[in-house]
Ligand binder design. Structure first.
Ligand code: PHE
Length: 452
């Protein structure tokens, strides 16, 4: 029996499912775990403003470029890049851009799954009353013993990868679409409930002004770098996730509009996550600048002091799990679609292979907080090396190359045709300028500064 899900020629069943899937990819640990803590560490408002600017002038044009490349190619990212290079009569070496994306996806998913696994462990802990009468020692102890436990970390990492691969194995329509149709509405609902909850605290105003008060003194060069890097990571750009999702996009759907919806929704979720978290943190007189442990230490402490903290704390960790899952499926889809198309093996088997490889690499992150904690390279643990290589090197590099390909290699005619706009339209001209000059220049600065 022919199974339409095993081919890349599957298509989203509607515009809204594409938007849900792409937004699901974008909204992830980057929005709910990373955005609040880097905002907290970098002075709040100033960081937020620069981040918003980066999304507008770099993020949106590159989402459009990446979706457009995928839809024009109609294949997995590697084959798509090779095909488009042929169409533009340039070297086939562009196929390596697809390879780089597949590699980045493996690397990101490997550590993403371990962090997501920790959020599962936390959700279960909360169900057994972890947040009742929590004190600083207890929360320190909980974080430490989880980081020390190879067994627990491996268990939850394995569970998370397995669920991800199960969804991806079911294909585009039966797997990814069904998952995001459930996860995304759930995610929005929980987020809104948490925002409403934060509004009931006395510190709502303090939390809001922390996020939106622009304090020029706290802006440094690093603020720009972090904000631009965050824009990339959070929009899932530069590694082929958006490209492969774009390849499933029917021809009659406008890329510009959907890109805008995705960017705005992703940004709104990050801002709302901050709006939910900071008032809760301030209401309990905690500091917002605690770093990556903000959600694993500060927030549980804050919840434990609040009305119905167990319930709302649990909701928060479920929110993280949902967000992580709808992103993880997009991290591995480029690799799976490549294997299925290239070797004509079943999607199920492709998922077993891809899942096993990612799982194995993820064990390095599991060991990074215990037996390998001192095995550092340039002062970074295995996990930090992977995070650095993927977020600070591979994604920005992939992003510039996609922008260059869309803006310089492809002809004006073929891009205008794929966007279904006239070459003379103002928005199309604006997109060309952003994708040809502004985005590559800005991202090159991020990349070089990030490396040195
Ligand atoms: N955008 C996701 C997040 O914010 C991470 C991600 C990066 C997903 C790249 C897919 C591709 O957590």
């Amino acid at each position: 029996m022919a199974n339409h899900n095993t081919t890349i020629h599957a298509h989203w069943s509607s515009r809204i499912t594409f938007i849900l899937a792409a937004t699901g990819s974008a909204v992830g640990l980057g929005n709910i775990w990373k955005f609040p803590y880097i905002t907290g560490e970098n002075g709040g408002g100033a960081f937020v403003l620069i981040y918003l600017l980066s999304v507008a002038i770099i993020g949106i044009p590159i989402i459009m470029a990446e979706t457009m490349l995928g839809r024009r190619g109609q294949m997995n990212p590697i084959a798509t890049m090779e095909h488009l290079a042929k169409e533009a009569k340039v070297t086939k070496l562009w196929g390596y851009l697809g390879w780089m994306g597949v590699l980045a996806g493996f690397i990101i998913l490997s550590f993403y799954s371990v962090i997501a696994g920790k959020t599962i462990a936390y959700a279960l802990k909360i169900m057994t009353g972890f947040l009742s009468q929590l004190n600083t020692d207890m929360v320190e102890h909980a974080v430490m013993s989880l980081n020390d436990s190879i067994f627990a970390l491996t268990l939850w990492h394995t569970v998370f990868i397995s669920v991800t691969m199960y969804i991806v194995a079911r294909g585009i329509n039966e797997g990814i679409e069904q998952a995001v149709k459930f996860l995304m509405p759930g995610l929005f609902l929980i987020l809104l409930i948490l925002v409403a909850y934060a509004m009931t605290t006395d510190s709502f105003g303090t939390g809001i002004s922390f996020m939106f008060n622009f304090d020029l003194d706290s802006v440094t060069g690093t603020t720009f770098l972090l904000a631009m890097g965050q824009a990339f990571f959070t929009l899932s750009l530069g590694m082929g996730a958006i490209m492969v999702y774009g390849s499933y996009l029917p021809k009659d759907i406008s890329i510009g509009q959907t890109a805008l919806v995705i960017a705005i929704t992703d940004t709104a979720v990050a801002i709302l996550a901050g709006v939910a978290i900071f008032p809760i943190v301030f209401a309990n007189a905690f500091e917002p600048s605690m770093g990556p442990d903000l959600i694993f230490k500060t927030l549980p402490m804050a919840f434990s002091h609040m009305f119905a903290g167990n319930l709302f704390g649990l909701m928060f960790f479920v929110l993280l799990i949902f967000a992580a899952l709808s992103s993880s499926i997009s991290l591995i889809e480029p690799a799976v679609s490549y294997v299925v198309e290239k070797y004509e093996i079943s999607r199920q088997n492709a998922c077993i292979i891809a899942g096993a490889l990612t799982w194995a690499l993820g064990m390095g992150t599991v060991f990074s907080t215990n037996i390998w904690v001192d095995a550092t390279i340039f002062d970074k643990t295995f996990f930090e090396v992977l995070e650095f290589i993927s977020a600070n090197v591979l994604l920005p590099l992939g992003g510039i190359l996609m922008a260059v390909f869309a803006g310089w290699v492809m002809t004006l005619e073929s891009t205008a045709e794929e966007f279904e706009v006239s070459k003379e339209s103002f928005l199309f001209k604006l997109w060309r300028i952003l994708v040809r000059y502004v985005a590559p220049a800005a991202v090159t600065i991020v990349l070089i500064a990030g490396l040195f």
